[in-house]
Design a protein. Structure first.
Length: 256
């Protein structure tokens, strides 16, 4: 006798029908709850953003405007539907803002962290600060900052510095803060990009490629207690830095 001809007992068939009905009911309820969440609850006033905290935006007039723009954008959202693209768009006109992060807390709070660009150089008579990625930081209070200068007499009209000057900005962006303060200016010479330290010693990098390793090599050379007067440190190959000349005394760089 084939298995297809075996009839299930009435009680078993009844149980199967009950299970099928339960599955259908649970499926309908699940779809309904998902639709309720998707099309109403996640955008409802019950989870609307009411409290916004902005950190990392810095100080000054531009920082205040940035905070206002971010708060205004956040207050159009809910904690279950944070529009990160809208926050990025609100911060885009402010060059100091490199990145925006958001963290929602149910039911009505949103924390926004602004990751700022670090000014690493100055250009023009203003002066105007420039970040390590070449972004021109218009509106940033740059007067009096102890930063090296880039070889530009005027601030470009665009938002970025490019070409050899942009490469120099990227080079300075990789410099450790402990050494950047001793850099007087950057330059582009026959052997590539470099910087001149206070006192006259040149650091020759060739290019901004592997800049962090080259800066570490520069720190190792300049903090050598046996180092005497010199003209330059060639960091083209960071594993084998070379020194030359006897013309200038290097600044006293802290080993830390």
């Amino acid at each position: 006798m084939s298995t297809a001809s075996i009839a299930l007992p009435a009680r078993a068939r009844a149980r199967i029908r009950v299970l099928r009905r339960r599955v259908v009911i649970l499926t309908v309820l699940g779809v309904g709850l998902f639709a309720l969440y998707t099309f109403w609850f996640r955008d409802s006033s019950l989870v609307a953003v009411k409290t916004v905290e902005v950190s990392g935006a810095g100080v000054g007039a531009d920082a205040k405007r940035l905070k206002r723009e971010l708060i205004a954008a956040a207050e159009e959202m809910t904690t279950l539907n944070v529009d990160h693209a809208a926050l990025v768009a609100a911060a885009r006109p402010f060059p100091m803002a490199r990145e925006v992060k958001a963290n929602a807390s149910f039911p009505s709070s949103l924390s926004i962290e602004v990751v700022e660009r670090r000014p690493v150089a100055l250009i023009g008579p203003g002066p105007t600060a420039v970040a390590g990625d070449g972004r021109i930081l218009r509106g940033f209070p740059a007067k009096g900052l102890p930063l090296p200068s880039l070889p530009l007499s005027e601030t470009p009209k665009g938002s970025w510095v490019g070409g050899p000057v942009g490469e120099q900005a990227r080079l300075l962006g990789a410099a450790p803060a402990a050494l950047l303060r001793y850099v007087d200016h950057s330059f582009k010479g026959p052997s590539g990009v470099g910087v001149e330290l206070d006192g006259g010693v040149d650091l020759l990098f060739s290019t901004a490629a592997r800049a962090p390793q080259k800066w570490r090599a520069a720190v190792a050379v300049l903090t050598d207690p046996e180092l005497g007067p010199l003209d330059y440190v060639d960091l083209t190959v960071p594993r084998r830095p070379a020194v030359g000349g006897v013309g200038y005394s290097p600044p006293e760089i802290p080993s830390t």
